[in-house]
Structure formats: C-alpha cells, structure tokens
Design a protein around this ligand. Structure first.
Ligand code: GLU
Length: 407
C-alpha cells in the first residue's frame, strides 16, 4: 500500500510547482513541528496489562491552534498520523478557518475492547499527551472509530490533570458535555453543501443524480441520509463487511436500521450484494469514498465510471489515481474541501466553549453553509484559472495562507 505521507507530499509538490512556492517554505512545510509518541498501559478486564502505542502529530500552527481528530485503528502508524495532520493544516486553511493542523492515533482494534477498556485507553492517551494539548494549544476531536463518549472521557481526564475546566480542549463532545449542535453530522453536511454546488456546475438535477457511498460509518451514513432526503438517488453503500445495492434507489433509513441490528449494511432487505471493489466501478454520477485512505488507486482508477468523486474520507485517492481520473474528465472534490464540515463545526464548538455560548442548530448550519459554499466557489475558480484539478487548487489557496502567516 502506498504511504499516506508520500502521497501527501506529492500533492504538496504539485501545488508548489503551480504557485511557484519559495523552496525554503516548501522544505519547511514537508515536516511536522513535532510528533509526540506515547505508550499506554491499559489494565484489561481479565487483569492483564496490554500496552498500546499512540501518537499526536502537531504539523503546523501558523494559522491557529493545532486541530484534528484522534483515530483508533489497527493500521495507525506514525506515517499515517503525520499525513493526516498535514491534511488538517491544508483543510483548515483551504476553508479559511483560524486553526492549524494536528492529528492523533492509537494502534488498536477498538471492536475487540470492552467499553471499560476503551475508557481506560482513552484516559491513558490523555495522561500521555496532556502537556501538549489544551484549548490554547492543540484541540483533538473524533476521527475513525472514536466517539463523543470518548471525547467526554478525554475532556474529563484532561481537566483532572490540569485542575481546572477547559471544555474547549477537545471537540466533538456530546451536546450535554459542551458539544455543538450539528457536530455529529457536520462532516457529511459539509460534503452535502459541496455536492449541491458541484451538481449546479455539472448541470445535474438531484432527482436524476445517482450516488454510491463506499463506507457507511458516521460520515458516509449521514451523507447517504441527507442526500437521499434532498431527492438524490443512493444506489449503493458498502461497509467493511459488505454492501447493499438497489438500482431504483435504496431506502437509506432501512439500510441503517439493518446495520444497527446486524452491524453491517450487507443483506439489507430488498438489496443486492455489492463488494467494496465493485462499488468503485459502478455506473453512477457521484462516487463518495467515505472510509479510509488509498481506496482509488493506479490499479482501479481506470474503471471508475462516475462523473465526479466527492471525498468524504481523508486521502482516499492516490496521486497516480488522481492523474488517471483527471484524464478521464472526472471531477474530484478533494477531502480537504469535501470533508471540512467536520472540523469547521469543531471550530464553532471550540469558539462556543471559549466564549461560554451555545448556538442553535440553525445558526450553526447557516455559518457552515456560508463557509463551505465560499470555499467551494473560490477553489472552483482557482481550478478554472490555472487549468488544474480541484485538489491542487485547494492546496494552492491553503498554502498561500499558511506560508503568508509563517513569513
Ligand atoms: N477527524 C475529522 C477530520 O479529519 C475532524 C477533525 C476535527 O474536528 O478537528 O477532519
């Protein structure tokens, strides 16, 4: 599998060439400011101790405090966390919010742990990194397989260690624990605002637009639900265990209910099976990778039939695949734009916490839509102006802002 960090760096190189980035700035932007390593001993339910390895990469804070989620996954590595923190820097700058880039991760399969073990692991992670985080330093959030409950444990542990309240130390908390309205579905909602703008550019009407979603986690399932509510036809969804397809359009709520019951979308009533490989080559208008990195690659990109790819996952398309999609005339709305709704509402959450406010869902959505639509428009115009793809355009706008602040 290609390295996420190598991929991220070739994306940087491509943008640097277009914008004629100063070579010294270019070199500086290749490295995170620091990566904190932690070993977390956890007492398991059977009394034995297991040590888990974790990371927090603080890539850049020129535009604001380090910001980005914490991932619990067996494939977490320093390379991946570094790449994800770099993408967070680009993402926040691309949508023009005053935050830097960070990311954390723990090498663990959370599906094998009990709730108590996950709580002890999460508190242990904070015991390892607490000196490096805080609402004025570095603000983590949820990512793959981490939840509002985990954010709550982390906030609690942090506040115990520092001895005072600091609700803005972490975002993606439950509403009762200082979270923001709409944060739970904001990654998807931001992707939906991008899809609406994209559909206008491509002349697609919602009712005539077919969509396939690879990955039915928090981001993918909300995306399918919201788009289907707007009239888009969701024809297929997959998760790590399999997939469900109906060419007439899925009943997304029924698929979700099936997943809640059986832990997979696979076998949902009234659907045909489809694999994670097959969904990428489905004849749909919009393909939404919503799971992990390196999904659309040099090996399978040629078979993509969609008119557009909306990247709800981070890093789903490799640089080689990007070239192939561009040659085929397929528009890619890049991760750093398409999934920026999550961190944007995290920024709102942090802002509310710091000011002691709580905004209504309507307020949050109005502000989110404004940010997403103006970023989409700016990036689209940059793409047209330089005849480049949207990813490179997003990078150009982002790196302009970061490098200006660093100077
Ligand atoms: N994990 C999400 C992302 O990759 C959200 C990060 C945040 O809210 O800070 O963008």
């Amino acid at each position: 599998m290609s390295s996420a960090y190598t991929n991220a760096m070739s994306q940087l190189d491509k943008a640097a060439a277009v914008m004629k980035l100063d070579p010294n700035m270019h070199e500086t932007l290749r490295y995170p400011n620091r990566v904190v390593h932690v070993n977390i001993p956890v007492t398991m339910d059977d009394g034995s101790v297991k040590v888990f390895q974790g990371f927090r990469s603080q890539f850049n804070n020129a535009l604001g405090v380090y910001k980005g989620g914490i991932r619990y996954h067996w494939n977490v590595s320093e390379d991946e966390v570094k790449a994800l923190s770099f993408w967070m820097m680009v993402k926040c700058a691309a949508v023009n919010i005053p935050m830097g880039g960070g990311k954390g991760g723990v090498i663990v399969n959370p599906k094998e742990l009990s709730e108590g073990e996950i709580e002890r692991l999460s508190r242990g992670y904070v015991q390892g990194v607490w000196r490096n985080i805080g609402s004025d330093k570095d603000v983590p959030a949820p990512d793959v397989y981490t939840t509002p409950q985990i954010m709550g444990w982390m906030r609690d542990e942090y506040e115990k260690l520092v001895g005072h309240e600091d609700p803005g130390v972490i975002t993606g908390k439950s509403i009762e624990n200082g979270g923001s309205e709409a944060r739970s579905y904001s990654t998807a909602q931001g992707g939906v605002y991008c899809t609406i703008e994209l559909a206008k550019k491509l002349g697609l009407q919602p009712e005539e637009t077919t969509v396939a979603v690879q990955g039915f986690g928090n981001a993918g399932s909300h995306m399918a639900k919201i788009l289907s509510g707007l009239g888009y036809k969701i024809v297929a969804v997959t998760d790590s265990k399999g997939g469900a397809m109906n060419r007439e359009g899925l009943d997304v709520a029924a698929v979700e209910a099936h997943k809640a019951e059986t832990r997979s979308v696979s076998g949902a009533p009234g659907t045909e099976a489809i694999s994670n490989d097959e969904i990428l080559h489905l004849d749909v208008d919009i393909l939404v990778p919503a799971a992990l990195e390196n999904v659309i690659t040099a090996e399978n990109a040629a078979g993509v039939q969609a008119k557009a790819v909306v990247e709800l996952a981070n890093g789903p398309t490799t640089p080689e695949a990007d070239e192939i999609l561009k040659e085929k005339g397929i528009v890619v709305v890049p991760d750093v734009l398409a999934n920026a709704g999550g961190v944007t509402v995290s920024y709102f959450e942090w802002d509310q916490n710091v000011k002691g406010e709580h905004w209504s869902e309507e307020d949050v959505l109005t502000k989110l839509e404004k940010i997403m639509v103006s970023a989409f428009t700016e990036i689209w115009e940059t793409k047209e102006q330089h005849s480049i793809d949207m990813r490179t355009a997003a990078f150009v706008k982002a790196i302009e802002r970061v490098s200006e602040a660093m100077k």
